[in-house]
Design a protein around this ligand. Structure first.
Ligand code: FES
Length: 289
């Protein structure tokens, strides 16, 4: 995992102010929690502040959130540096989160990464025009449409180097782009033809009760051919031995239990007798003699 720390001094603004909209949002969030528990609103507030500040959190913004929530700034810093959804350095107008997890890699994410590297250089840096930056992240949950990237709030899936280059060119030129699959798929349906659940009988109701019908037919067949009667006769003449102990705990009679003594008409053992028979008492007696 990459080290997550605040952006260098030269990127940090000297001050940060909430916009009236962010302030109103913050009060709305704080009101959801009981008095004294306003710190629970820290994540939505950081998120909204990040949106206000071009997609990243400067130190002054983190401190402003801490002051608003009456939290020590280090506590808010801990949250901001822990969650990768918070950017701690400037990001491009188009912030690309590239999925580099196994399903995407198996479907060609390596080639998508090469496109990113060749166009924008190392991850975590702004492109020369400030329009793009990218970051490799773990699975974004769209593996059915691998490989994929998230750009700002939207997913772009079923990528190839060609359609990804086109997508980036369109974004750079301000042309409209299609969100979701880039290969003509509507969602995550099969790429070519549907190959499963194609039997029409699955949908016309004719399958209802099929299993029951099959058992009934087999029973009728057995009765007509005499199979059932033959099976019964064999079972009667050749019974399988019962195994009462299989799978059960075997009960054995204990050597000298109160129940056994009562059954055999003997008096129960008294407390004094038990004491006299204890190992300590026996040892004492042997020492005396
Ligand atoms: S592995 Fe890439 S979206 Fe799941």
């Amino acid at each position: 995992m990459a080290v997550r720390k605040l952006a260098p001094e030269e990127f940090q603004p000297k001050s940060f102010e909430f916009t009236p909209e962010t302030e109103a949002f913050a009060q709305e969030q704080i009101a959801k929690y009981p008095p004294g528990r306003q710190a629970s609103a820290v994540i939505p507030l950081l998120w909204r502040v990040q949106e206000q500040h071009d997609g990243w959190l400067p130190q002054k913004a983190i401190e402003a959130v801490a002051a608003l929530l009456d939290m020590p700034p280090i506590r808010v810093m801990e949250v901001a540096t822990f969650y990768t959804m918070f950017n701690l350095a400037p990001v491009g107008k188009y912030f690309i989160q590239f999925c580099g997890t196994t399903p995407c890699l198996l479907r060609g994410a390596g080639d998508i990464k090469k496109v990113l590297e060749s166009r924008f250089g190392e991850q975590g840096h702004l492109s020369d025009d400030g329009m793009f930056s990218w970051l490799e992240v773990e699975c974004l949950g769209a593996c059915c449409n691998a490989p994929m990237v998230q750009i700002n709030d939207d997913y772009y899936e079923d990528l190839t180097p060609q359609n990804f280059e086109k997508l980036l060119n369109d974004l750079a030129a301000g042309r409209p782009v299609k969100k979701g699959p880039q290969n003509g798929r509507r969602a995550s349906e099969p790429e070519d033809a549907i190959k499963t659940l194609t039997d029409p009988s699955l949908y016309d109701g004719s399958m209802i009760g099929t299993w029951r019908k099959r058992f009934e037919e087999e029973a009728v067949k057995a009765a007509t051919t005499g199979e059932a009667a033959a099976a019964q006769a064999t079972a009667a003449s050749n019974p399988k031995p019962a195994k009462p102990e299989s799978g059960r705990a075997v009960e054995t009679e204990k050597a000298d239990t109160p129940a056994k003594r009562a059954k055999e008409g003997e008096a129960p053992v008294t407390g004094a007798e038990q004491k006299a028979a204890s190992p300590k008492a026996v040892e004492k007696d042997s020492k005396k003699s």
